[in-house]
Design a protein around this ligand. Structure first.
Ligand code: PRP
Ligand code: URA
Length: 209
């Protein structure tokens, strides 16, 4: 069964509070999403494998550890997942980035795919799916299914705010996937929005409402 890790670090909690505030403007919202993603990435990538490497310093040889083999592949779910990409790439600049375009049908809340471009060698990489919001879990579940169809077996899901309904859905559909989130909220409303949540993440990131 996949694990669910909710971050209780004070810096992350503080920034999540600012992110939720309805008066936070688009620029600050974007900066916060990026900063929180970077802080979370540090922990999400804790299990990456390393190999020994001797490094010559100006005065000797240091026995170091460096990342082994192929790096990570980050996969933001469009649109809102794009807001997390800058932050995680600050930590792992050599990572590849795949993109999956999904939007929720406003009536059925089911995900509709409109774009999918993943690296050829995704099967050899550790994949981290990025989306600020996990509501019903339909979008994240569909994204993970696409990635598995391309052969990837090591997949993690990183959300800023998750609803219990979404967590249950991922545990059921993808019990092999570990989930990382900065906050677990109460519930969904009748429009499948997370309560209290932060509203529509895509619209707040890109100023489209
Ligand atoms: C939002 C969000 C997730 C999805 C979560 O995207 O970014 O992808 O909803 O909902 P779910 O867990 O119920 O599937 P949205 O469909 O609003 O598209 P956008 O990112 O383009 O705004
Ligand atoms: N998508 C969002 O952007 N916000 C929610 O609360 C649910 C889905």
């Amino acid at each position: 069964m996949g694990q669910v890790l909710a971050f209780d670090h004070p810096l992350i909690q503080h920034k999540i509070a600012m992110l939720r505030d309805k008066d936070t403007n688009t620029k600050d919202f974007r900066d916060l999403v990026s900063e929180i993603a970077m802080l979370m990435c540090y922990e999400v990538t804790r299990g990456l494998k390393t190999v020994d490497k001797d490094v010559e310093t100006p005065v000797g040889v240091a026995h170091c550890k460096v990342l082994a083999g192929k790096d990570v592949c980050f996969v933001p779910v469009l649109r809102a997942g794009l807001g997390m990409v800058d932050g995680v790439l600050k930590l792992i600049p050599m990572a590849k980035v795949g993109h999956i375009g999904l939007y929720r049908d406003p009536k059925t809340f089911e995900p509709v795919e409109y774009y999918c471009k993943l690296p050829q060698d995704i099967a050899e990489r550790e994949v981290v799916v990025l989306d600020p919001m996990l509501a019903t879990g339909g979008s994240a579940s569909a994204a993970i299914t696409f990635i598995k169809q391309r052969g990837a077996t090591r997949i993690k899901l990183m959300n800023l705010i998750a609803a219990p309904e979404g967590i249950r859905r991922i545990l059921q559909d993808h019990p092999d996937v570990d989930m990382f989130c900065a906050a677990i909220d109460e519930k969904l409303n009748d429009h499948a929005y997370i309560i209290p949540g932060l509203g529509d993440a895509g619209d707040r990131l890109f100023g489209t409402k």
